[in-house]
Design a protein around this ligand. Structure first.
Ligand SMILES: Cc1cc2nc3c(=O)[nH]c(=O)nc-3n(C[C@H](O)[C@H](O)[C@H](O)COP(=O)(O)OP(=O)(O)OC[C@H]3O[C@@H](n4cnc5c(N)ncnc54)[C@H](O)[C@@H]3O)c2cc1C
Length: 413
């Protein structure tokens, strides 16, 4: 393995780093403590225009779609730079959930769907959301869905309730996971349907309050009721029953992207921690960083972040040389490992800052509130740990099925 940063990427990483530090980080203040996405949006819009003009927009997408054509590893390295601010990815046009929706519209959308839904997303003129999780059904068992889309003549009629639909507030459309073939095998029951937000029956019930903050706009998660939403038949994305296949295509790279973004959070939290330790005077001529406990926090955080980074880079490298399926266990391993390292790093940085750490005068409290979800979304820790463990048990001849502890030996019952 070669971990050297490609020479061709270096100038872009340096430019992006300067842009994030000089312009994006100052702009994030409007979002923190008492601020809102609406307040930050005019500045973010200007910054997006500058990123477009400077040729750094849509780094993750192929050139034929107006992107920079970066590979997974390259985008990962850039993603770490952008992750230094909660709005870094947004300013560069590669924010969740739009980035995932762009990918599936490119791979599975019809030319008409791409014209109507994808192209405005690529231009940054509208936002989208992805509506799969439901309040009444366990999200960690994704094949268990209550929302249905019933074919009625030339239309699909969508009924159900979703929640934690990120960025639904102000989104132009939702890609909704709904059961269209109730009698099919579990993984072939659901499809993805594009539902414009102005469809009669689309009701954004509320922005869900997360640790005291309902948020707004892109920085929010909504509960949505779909009450008999009628959309034309051509709003089906991909084949009827292909919902899970498409979801897998969306989630695989999405997990890598999250991990890389989390590494950016780790790096900035680490910098803040070290800076504070080096300058916070505990008394005359005596600073926090002279305490061995704090030195241990710094050393442990550094070692953990470096280990996490190497694991993520290796996983991206593996995927680029094989495919998502071959790297399934590695993707699961970084998902729970990096989330844990990130949360420990944020917590240590907060502790180092004392009372200041829990104020909104630094970005740390925002991340403490909003990144706790990292151990839950895109599959909770426990599910990913099971994937890793089962892979290794299978290599030892024990095939474990389901999560109920039922077990079978290879070639057995
Ligand atoms: C910040 C955030 C943003 C999100 N954005 C979106 C979005 O844009 N669109 C969308 O559709 N969804 C979104 N989600 C929802 C997310 O995908 C679900 O929360 C996730 O799939 C878990 O489902 P659940 O919350 O229903 O938990 P449950 O399935 O009820 O699980 C609860 C807990 O049970 C444990 N558990 C579950 N399964 C197992 C198992 N097999 N073995 C052992 N323990 C287990 C885990 O500890 C888990 O945390 C988001 C969630 C968060 C927190």
């Amino acid at each position: 393995m070669d971990f050297a940063i490609p020479e061709t990427l270096r100038p872009l990483l340096e430019r992006a780093r300067r842009f994030v530090d000089d312009h994006v980080i100052p702009a994030e203040r409007e979002l923190l403590g008492g601020g809102s996405f609406a307040a930050a949006e005019p500045t973010l819009r200007e910054l997006r225009a500058r990123v477009q003009a400077e040729g750094m927009w849509l780094p993750q997408l192929p050139r034929e779609w107006g992107g920079l054509g970066l590979g997974l590893l390259e985008h990962g390295l850039l993603s770490e730079v952008l992750g230094r601010s909660p709005v870094g990815h947004y300013v560069f046009g590669c924010q969740a959930p739009d980035a995932g929706n762009m990918e599936i519209l490119i791979h599975f959308g019809t030319p008409a769907q791409q014209d109507r839904w994808l192209k405005p997303l690529l231009r940054g003129e509208q936002r989208s959301c992805f509506s799969m999780t439901e309040p009444e059904q366990a999200g960690s068992n994704p094949v268990w869905l209550g929302t249905t889309a019933r074919r009625d003549g030339d239309e699909w009629v969508v009924d159900g309730r979703k929640w934690f639909t990120t960025g639904a507030d102000g989104a132009a459309f939702a890609i909704v996971m709904a059961v269209t073939k109730p009698d099919a095998a579990p993984h072939l029951r659901a499809s993805m349907v594009i539902v414009p937000a102005d469809t009669p029956g689309f009701e954004r019930v509320r922005n869900i309050s997360i640790m005291g903050e309902p948020g707004d706009g892109w920085a929010s998660h909504s509960e949505i009721a779909y009450r008999g939403c009628r959309v034309p038949a051509d709003h089906l994305l991909g084949a009827d029953g292909a919902g899970f296949l498409i979801a897998q295509a969306r989630l695989g790279p999405g997990r890598i992207h999250h991990c890389m973004r989390w590494l950016g959070i780790c790096e900035r939290a680490f910098e803040l921690m070290v800076q504070r330790a080096a300058t916070r005077e505990l008394g005359p001529d005596y600073v926090l960083g002279q305490k061995q406990t704090v030195q241990n926090w710094i050393a442990d955080a550094r070692a953990q972040i470096d280990a996490a980074k190497l694991l993520v880079l290796r996983t991206a490298w593996l995927i680029e040389r094989s495919d998502m399926r071959q790297a399934k266990a590695e993707i699961s391993a970084i998902k729970f490992f990096v989330a844990d390292v990130m949360l420990q790093t944020i917590d240590r940085a907060i502790q180092t800052h004392g009372a200041l750490g829990i104020t909104d005068d630094t970005v740390l409290a925002w991340w403490y509130r909003h990144e706790r979800g990292a151990r839950i979304y895109d599959g909770p820790d426990e599910v990913h740990r099971a994937v890793v463990a089962k892979e290794h048990l299978a290599r030892a001849g024990l095939r474990v099925r389901g999560s109920d502890g039922g077990r079978r030996r290879e070639g057995g019952e």
